[in-house]
Design a protein around this ligand. Structure first.
Ligand SMILES: [Zn+2]
Length: 187
């Protein structure tokens, strides 16, 4: 759907937009040339593919921030940013372009409402830290991963595959849960 280029906010009715309209599907990039011959100039347009179309990234950021404010999610935006920084094992956000990237990634997570999604790898850790009451609404099970062999709680929604993100080391590991009958060899 929609590959229309959206390069400005003017013309969009922000009051009717939802997170779903601007959910980040993937990044796009195109080189744009202006003029001819010696006067030829090159520019690079960085975009975000959304349901509405291909939005220029700074336009997307402005709209995303507007929606976060309108949905009263500034608290989560800040917490998601903190969480991303905490898990920045590659030192990504510490680089020169890191600040812009962190801001964008936090917006992307907030627009996708990751903190409400039990499938998110950091769901339990995030809610334990910033919104403990929310965990009461979610079915949690005790799991033990092959890598660390140390029990932790995970959303039941994450236990329908044969691997799970280990809360201790972050690996995507084989596991058993207290809802499973079989006992694997490594226990
Ligand atoms: Zn582990």
């Amino acid at each position: 759907m929609g590959t229309e280029h959206i390069d400005k906010i003017a013309g969009l009715d922000l009051s009717t937009l939802t997170y779903d309209d601007i959910r980040w599907q993937c990044g796009t990039g195109v080189s744009i040339t202006h003029g001819t011959g010696r006067n030829k100039t090159y520019a690079y347009r960085q975009g975000v593919l959304t349901k509405l179309g291909d939005m220029e990234v700074s336009v997307w950021e402005k709209i995303a921030y507007h929606l976060v404010e309108a949905n009263d999610d500034l608290y989560h935006l800040q917490c998601l940013s903190e969480m991303l920084r905490k898990h920045d094992y590659g030192g990504h956000y510490a680089r020169a372009t890191g600040k812009t990237e962190l801001k964008r990634d936090a917006l992307r997570h907030c627009v996708a409402q990751m903190h409400n999604n039990p499938q998110w790898a950091s769901f339990v850790e995030y809610n334990q830290a910033y919104r403990p009451d929310h965990l009461k609404l979610v079915s949690l099970v005790t799991v033990v991963t092959e890598c660390c062999n140390d029990p932790f709680e995970a959303p039941e929604a994450q236990t329908h595959r044969d691997r799970i993100y280990c809360a201790h080391c972050g690996r995507f590991s084989a596991f058993v849960s207290n809802t499973m009958k079989r006992t694997p060899k490594y226990l």
